[in-house]
Design a protein around this ligand. Structure first.
Ligand code: ADP
Ligand code: MG
Length: 251
């Protein structure tokens, strides 16, 4: 399998506080990778550092290059609370922003760009909302629009920060189906994720962090009570169920 990302000894400091420390991992193409850990564990910081949006120490190599050289191939959907939902912009314009890296700065969006925007809105079931203001939508609908924007970019590596938080079940199903389709197309998808009960169903691999990397590997290997305790420390309750799935509640 082709390696898409190599991170070595990645650390981020906010003033003098170390948010993440010495994180190293390598990820292969075509994987759906969950990033989990307690609140404040540094999940968002890790994502932003890998994307070159935070200052860091260490090394990040994406497709064998520096992130600045492969921006077009990378798509990022930030955590909902980092987006200004009152910003007056139409749904279809948000999705068109995904085309920005494909359109020369001196040109307007072409026919093909408009078609792609419509196709992506259709994929997330938001076609009839295309002329609405983004602020008028529900949380799940807003997240679907951002997923459409991400799809419109036609990237190879996707980074989504808590895409399932604060959304309805229908939106969650639409989004996870699309992420699975991306995987089938050999794309690589990183998802910061909160709900541990879905981890086995959703992901191939898991990256567990609590400031430092606790484990990174196949879900079957690393989704164990011991590793979860190590990651979440006291803030976790574990239960067994009949179908052998572990149901876990971060507190
Ligand atoms: P998570 O996404 O896992 O909840 P974050 O990456 O947001 O964690 O935050 C990790 C730590 O860094 C937390 O202690 C948080 O308070 C701190 N932090 C995050 N962003 C900033 C910032 N811009 N300035 C200062 N501290 C920050
Ligand atoms: Mg976060």
């Amino acid at each position: 399998m082709k390696e898409v990302i190599e991170v070595s000894n990645l650390s981020v400091y906010y003033e003098n506080n170390e948010a993440i420390k010495n994180i190293s991992f390598k990820a292969d193409q075509g994987q759906l990778i969950g990033i989990v850990g307690p609140n404040g564990a540094g999940k968002s910081t890790l994502m932003k550092a890998v994307l070159g949006l935070e200052k860091y120490r260490g090394n990040v190599s994406i497709l064998g290059k520096r992130v600045q050289e492969v921006r077009k191939q990378i798509s990022y959907v930030p955590q909902r609370n980092q987006i200004d939902w009152d910003f007056p912009v139409l749904v279809e314009d948000v999705v068109m922003m995904g085309r920005a890296s494909h359109i020369a700065w001196y040109k307007r969006p072409g026919k093909r760009d408009k078609e792609i925007v419509q196709e992506c809105l259709d994929k997330v079931g938001m076609t009839k909302f295309s002329k609405r203001q983004i602020g008028e939508l529900s949380g799940g609908q807003q997240q679907r629009v951002f997923i459409a924007r991400s799809l419109a970019q036609q990237a190879d590596i996707f980074f989504l920060d808590e895409p399932f938080v604060g959304i309805d079940v229908t939106s969650e199903e639409i989004i996870i189906d699309l992420l699975r389709e991306l995987k089938r197309q050999q794309k690589t998808v990183f998802v910061v994720h909160h709900d541990l009960s879905k981890v086995q169903d959703y992901f191939d691999q898991l990256l567990l962090i609590n400031k430092e990397l606790i484990q990174f590997g196949a879900v079957e290997k690393v989704y164990t009570p011991e590793i979860l305790q190590q990651t979440y420390k006291g803030s976790l309750a574990l239960f067994g169920t009949d179908d052998h799935k572990m149901v876990v509640t971060p507190q």
